[in-house]
Design a protein around this ligand. Sequence first.
Ligand code: 5RP
Length: 231
Amino acid sequence: MSQDKLKKAAALAALAELETLAPDSFIGVGTGSTVNHFIDALARRGARIRGAVSSSEASSRRLAAHGIPLARLDEVDALPLYVDGADEIDHGFNMIKGGGGALTCEKVVAAAARRFICICDASKWVAALGRFPLPVEVIPMARVQAAREIARLTGGEPHWREGFITDNGHHILDIHGLAIDDPRGLETELNQIAGTVTNGLFARRGADVLLLATATGVQRHERQSFSASNR
Ligand code: 5RP
């Protein structure tokens, strides 16, 4: 099965997670090709939600095109769940995100949500994070200085994502060559670098549920039960 078909299967499986929500709920919606399948599926089944808080301009446009109402984060009282993809997810449900450059708003919406549902194909499931270059969003004037500091701190190689500007008007540095053994520690440390907006490690707020599409079907894992059964 192609990677895109697996992404679609994971996205469709996420619809079942909405069944327990009150019909007037808002949900958080992430960014990327897997989430695009989720938005399309949501529209096809008739949204049955009050609206969505989006994590990017791209997702907002797609939601609006389907007629799904958009709300700003400060307009909603609660977000029972957030659905998003990942570039990598490890066995502790820590993730690298931001391949699409929407990491900061994704982190903000994810932080506001009660549950994070990660949807992805099996290629994203890894024993340790770091093969996928870790994105760091920086303000433009800090880019060179922040890159030096990132290299010194991590031993990795920051590459400027040239020509790309985030929805917030910032630049992205992608750190290559990392083997991340302490995602939470590195997430915290990178955020101390002057001029950093945030980084694409989602460890302090990892996923709660993983819907992992494999060639034999979509597996559903909950963080607690998964960690316990793999100790
Ligand atoms: C965007 C993201 C995406 O969730 C991540 O890049 C996965 O994308 P895709 O579903 O296209 O593989 O973090 O900033």
